[in-house]
Design a protein around this ligand. Structure first.
Ligand code: GDP
Length: 452
């Protein structure tokens, strides 16, 4: 495994700032590896080498003979540490001085850690499996409380246990197939054919449920992109500002004011929404506006939810097909006189409101919430996957399991069936880090931040 500029060397001593950079009361410099206490000894004013594990000590950090900070030093000896190696944490002051403390540790012999290297050490030393290691980064990036809970569940091994459970159900069947390869004349008498197929189908159903949970997981993890689209002057920017509760987009009676995408974040019932205000859709000969309209159409098709805004005083529809399954019709300017009934819109959710006085905004919140959770919010006891890597591995396992079932039904040879069964188990194994290639490891840990 390559770590940015150098190959991974087991036990090598690395150091990094484990807290976010910048001005702060406290920062933590973390050192891990065979020589962690030796490195700490070279920079700390008191004896470190003989300190007992899991004890904290006050002292000074010395760089080039000068005291640069008063710190607390925490020693954790292998294997009782996050990485499974000797680890020292120096709790120093934040800001520039924390960088100097790190510099002192590097001068004392530690290598500057690369992104994810501490977690990688934890994985290599058997402290975490791969799914658990990934959960750390998911947890740090969680945008809401539900995502945080899911990441914590994954860190505690909920997903890993589910995968191990699937593997163990399949291993029993794989053993039958392997025996069948050795004794083909027995013709699968080791177990009733129907039972084998039934078990496979049950496990496949469980894999499908996990795959299906990815959409919810993604929503929770990365949030929901919501674009506002409609003709010029219908009140898209006003609605964006009303939803955000601040003046973000320019509101103007002059058509064509919003020419590029305006984006901002908001929270709705624990969810992270990314609102995107777009240029009004109309026919124009003006090239900048035309480009804005092209971007609007693209953004709306890429977003998870589209708010199609119409002016109730002048119900003009745009000449652009919107996907009905993710569109909410929004009649705006309800505070102004208008004729009824309003034209029918082909969407399940249609809301009437006034962006100007806020009337009906709560109904829009409810409609967005309903659209996000149309398949239901995850239950507390449900395992939800949030990683595309996991989804792809599960999809591969499912395909292999399907080939096994087809192979059995078509009376293929034991070798073929048993080969697909092994592939299926291997695909599941990659989720927790068994049979994993170096490429996958590099791609997983490179997404981490330095110091994790
Ligand atoms: P956009 O071009 O679709 O982004 O529309 P704007 O948000 O810039 O609004 C166009 C005009 O409609 C502005 O003069 C707004 O003040 C006005 N407007 C927007 N929403 C409402 C509303 O709910 N009621 C009323 N009376 N006027 C509105």
């Amino acid at each position: 495994m390559e770590f940015v500029h150098r190959p991974y060397i087991p036990g090598e001593t690395i150091a990094a700032l484990a807290t976010a950079p910048g001005e702060a009361g406290i920062a933590i410099v973390r050192i891990s590896g065979k020589n962690a206490t030796d490195v700490a000894q070279k920079v700390f004013s008191k004896s470190v080498v003989k300190l007992k594990s899991h004890t904290v000590h006050y002292g000074k950090i010395i760089l080039d003979g000068t005291c640069i900070d008063d710190v607390l030093l925490l020693v954790m000896r292998a294997p009782r540490s996050f990485t499974g190696e000797d680890t020292v944490e120096i709790h120093c002051h934040g800001g520039l001085v924390s960088k100097q403390v790190l510099e002192a540790c590097i001068k004392a012999g530690a290598k500057a850690a690369s992104p994810g290297e501490f977690s990688f050490k934890a994985f290599v030393n058997g402290k975490l499996d791969l799914a658990q290691a990934e959960a750390i980064q998911t947890k740090i990036g969680a945008k809401n409380e539900i995502a945080l809970t899911l990441a914590q569940d994954q860190l505690e091994g909920r997903l890993s246990h589910k995968i191990l459970d699937l593997q163990s159900q399949l291993t029993d069947i794989a053993a039958i197939f392997e025996a069948w390869v050795d004794f083909p004349e027995e013709d699968l008498e080791f177990a009733p054919f129907d039972d084998v197929i039934a078990t496979l189908r049950t496990v496949m159903g469980q894999i499908q449920t996990l795959i299906a949970s990815f959409d919810q997981g993604k929503v929770l993890q990365t949030g929901v992109a919501v674009s506002l689209i409609g003709s010029p002057n219908v009140g898209k920017s006003s609605l964006m500002n009303a939803l955000l509760g601040k003046d973000r987009a320019i509101v103007s009676p002059i058509a064509g004011t919003t020419r590029d995408l305006v984006e901002d974040d908001m929270r709705l019932n624990n969810l992270h929404l990314r609102l995107i205000d777009t240029a009004g859709i109309r026919t124009t000969c003006e090239s900048i506006e035309e480009e804005g309209i092209r971007r609007s159409k693209k953004a709306s098709l890429q977003s998870d939810i589209i708010l199609y805004v119409l002016d109730v005083t002048c119900p003009q529809e745009i000449d652009f097909d919107l996907p009905p399954e993710k569109t909410i019709g929004v009649w705006n300017k309800m505070d102004l006189p208008h004729s009824r009934p309003l034209p029918q819109l082909p969407f399940d959710h249609v809301v009437e409101l006034s962006a100007q006085n806020g009337q009906g905004l709560d109904k829009l919140h409810q409609a967005i919430d309903a659209l996000i959770w149309q398949k239901g919010a995850p239950r507390r006891d449900e395992v939800v996957i949030t990683s595309l890597r996991h989804k792809e591995a599960l999809a591969e396992a499912l395909q292999c399991a399907e080939r096994v079932v087809q192979g059995l039904l078509q009376k293929q040879s034991a070798e073929f069936i048993s080969f697909d069964m092994r592939q299926c188990l291997q695909a599941l194994g990659t989720i927790v880090g068994a049979n994993i290639t170096e490429d996958i490891l590099t791609s997983v840990f490179s997404k981490f931040c330095i110091g994790k």
